[in-house]
Design a protein around this ligand. Sequence first.
Ligand code: FEO
Length: 398
Amino acid sequence: MENHSLITQEIHYVGVQDRRTHLFEGLWALPDGISYNSYLIVDEKIALVDSVEAGFFGQSLRKIKRIIGDRPIDYLIINHMEPDHSSSIGLLKKYYPDMILVGNARTFGMLEGFYGVEGEQEVVKMGSKLCLGSRTLEFYITPMLHWPETMMTYDSTSKSLFSGDAFGCFTALSGGIVDSEMHIEPYLDNAVRYYSNIVAKYGPQVQRALQLLKDLDIQYLCTLHGPVWHDQIPHMFDLYDKISLCKAEEGVVIIYGSMYGNTEEMAEEIARELSFNGVKTIKMHNVSTASPSHMLADVYRYNGLIIGSPTYNAELYPGVEAMVSRLKNRGLKNRYFGFFGSFSWAGTAVKLLADFADGMKINVIGAPIEMKQSMTDADRKEVARLAVEMAEAIKTPF
Ligand code: FEO
């Protein structure tokens, strides 16, 4: 029976689809699942590039066996040690005890620490090569994309780059493997979400990697999550260049928390005023119901951000506080930022949002709006002023 795993010249897809897990890393929503991609290169020597989450090991192993039968795997190339890719390495070693593990100096400490796996190892550095017979793989060390041991592997014969998590996206594959085999828009959106959730803290490292890769002829960009990019490679490189510099499209994201609807009412009023001032892209998120994953994606997509919070126990509203912490952690910059808040007897939230703005490379737009208990006509005038200034500001890209 014909095997449909082949992507390009002797490179087979042996990854799996996870439609069971609700939260990736226990944090990020997976409404449409996620793929754990693994690739088998069949040459005179056989190399497996990364593996799958342990719960899916059987599926991946059966795919491997259908391709190579009883031939052994000679090398496991470990581009990334996060357990969504590495947790089946111990099982793989049981099936293929002579398989040589290929990683860099940072890989093997983690391998020992996580799994206690031993056996023959090949430690590679930037530019190291590994001959499989008719082809030679070359290694690019790309630390902090998004872990310290992350690296990439390039096959110049098929012009394929195995890029680890970089260029990956949420959403399981549904039949198609290469982007040219599917309607790609949902995956492109989820590549932004994936970047904002997983990679965003490491923009400078992304820029360094793009410099390293800029002269490679890449026809197949084989990531660890999502489609193999082929048609969309220029788009993905452009996206990574822009998003890693925190460049964004014109639009405003409003993120707010609300206990009894007063802060929410102000958020709605701001949105209406923005619309009245010609802003067509306005994304609203109530932190109590929106997924942090999707909120972050919108923050990374659009250049205007407005955050509102009631004062809660003399702090920010918890969901807002968590979001602000995520943005600080990622070093968000290049945004037009407005903020507002409410209090019942003593205001703190607006001051804390001002502190957040002070610590970030973002441009504060308008005056902060702080209301006591509920919105007054004077507050509405401030809202209108903020909306006018924000609508004007976002027309100028950073
Ligand atoms: Fe897909 Fe960082 O693991």
